[in-house]
Design a protein around this ligand. Sequence first.
Ligand code: GLU
Length: 504
Amino acid sequence: MAKQVRVRFAPSPTGPLHIGGVRTALFNYLFAKKHNGVFYIRIEDTDQNRFVPGAEAYILEALEWLGISPDETIGKNEKFGPYRQSERKELYKQYADQLIENGWAYYAFDTAEELDKLRSEAEAEGKTFIYNHTNREQLSTSLHLSKEEVADKIANGDAYVIRFKTPVGETLHLKDIIRGDIKFETSLLDDKVLYKSDGMPTYHLANIVDDHLMETSHVIRGEEWLPSLPLHELLYKAFGWEAPEFAHLPLILKPVGNGKLSKRDGDKLGFPVFPLDWQDPTSGEKSSGYRERGFYPETVVNFLALLGWNDGTDQEIFSLEELVEKFDLTRVHKAGAKFDPEKNKWFNQHYLKLQSDADLAKAYQVILKEKGINAADAYVEKVVGLIKERATFVADFYELSDFFFVKPTEYDAKALKNWKEDTSDIMKQVSEVIKGIELFEAKNIEEIVKGWINEQGIGMGKVMQPLRLSLVGAVKGPDLFDIIEMIGKDETVERLAIAVEANK
Ligand code: GLU
C-alpha cells in the first residue's frame, strides 16, 4: 500500500503571514486533499528571540478565512502532538545526542566573541568565514577533546552548541519534484548548529525530527529553503530515516522590477501582501490585509493558485474544489511568479458578481448605516443588483449608487456645459410627463418618456443627458429608467425641480 500523504505547513510565528507563506499553505492543502491525505500545521517557535505574540493565532485565522484549515494542529486531532515545537522541547536533545554518539555531530564551545573575531578577520581579507571541515579541527570543538574533557566543560557550565559534522568530498544527488535532479557538493556546506545549550534545537534539527515523527510524506515549501535541502537529506541519512519527498515552490516576484515580493512593494503600489490586517504588538506598525480590503477568500485562493501553477490550459477561474481536483505538483514551475495586483482585482470583480444580491446588500448596509442612511433591505438588494457589474469591492458601491439614497448636491461641471437655454424648460415638461405616469415601472416609464421625446421631435440626448444629470448629479449610473423607478415618482419630480432651480 502506498504511504499515506501527510504534508505540513510549518510557519514560524514571527509576524503576520506573508502572502507567499499563504501560497505554501494552499499548495500543501491542495496536494493533501487531492491525494486523500492529511494537511497539518506545526508551529515552529524554537527561536524565542523572534517570537511575536498573536502571530500564531493570526496564521490559523487566515487559513480558516481562506477555507484551507488544517486537519491536525494545536487543539485539533493532535495525533502526533504537541504541534507547537516549544512544547516538544524535551524531545530534541536525545536526537542531538544520538548524532554525537554516532559521529554525525560534535560540540563546539566557541564563544560569540571568538566567532565575531574570526568573522571580522575573514572579512578583512575579503573572505566569508564559514565553520566547516576546513577549520573545525582547529576550533574549540569536541573533535579534538576526550570524552572526559567534554563532560568536564559541560559540567563546568561552558556554553556550547552542537554542530552537524558535514561529510567531506561527497556529491549529493538529490531530487525535487519541481526542480528535478539537483547536485550539491558537501565540502561547500557549513557545519550548521543543531542544538544550543539554552536547551533549544535550531530549526534544522527540530524540523527534521518532527517531519519524521509526524510521518510527513512530502515537504512542500518555499524556494528559500532549497539551500537547506542537502543538510536535511544528510540529517535523514545520519538518523537512518527515510527522507520525505521534497518540492520547493518558486518565489513570488515583485510586480515591477526584480526580486522577491516584499511588504514595501505593497506599500508603494497600494496593495496588501498579507491575508488579514495586522498590527505589530511592539512597534504598533500596521499592515493591511486582503480580507479587510474587501477581497473574497475565493479571490485570494484563486490568484495564489496561479502563482507558479496552471492546469495546462488558459483557464484562470478555479474554485477551491476544482483546484483540489486539478492540482498537480509536477505542473508547478521552477521560475519565479510575478505578482499582479491589477489581475487580483479582476479576480475579485469576478467573485463579487457571484455573490448573491442579498449577501452583497447585507455588506452594503454596513456602509450605508455608517453614512447615516436608513434603507430597506429589499431596496438595497435591488440597487446592488443594478450596480454590481461595475464594482470590484463592496466599498465601490456607494460611489456607484449614492444617488439611489441621496439627492445630488452638485452637478458635474463638464456635463453642465450641455445645459442649454431651453434645457430647464424641457426638464419642466419631462417632469410633467413623468408626473402623469400611472404604471411606475422602468419599461413603461421608458416607453412613455421616449414616446414623448419622439413626438416633440427633440433629440434624445438633449433630454436624456440633462435628465440623468438632474437625478444623478453626473453622467454615471445604470439605466436611467431603472433609477427613476427605484427612486420613485415624487423624488424624480423633486430632483428635477431642484436641478431646474439650480441651473436656471
Ligand atoms: N519554519 C520554517 C518557516 O518558517 C519552515 C520551513 C520548512 O517548511 O521546512 O518557513
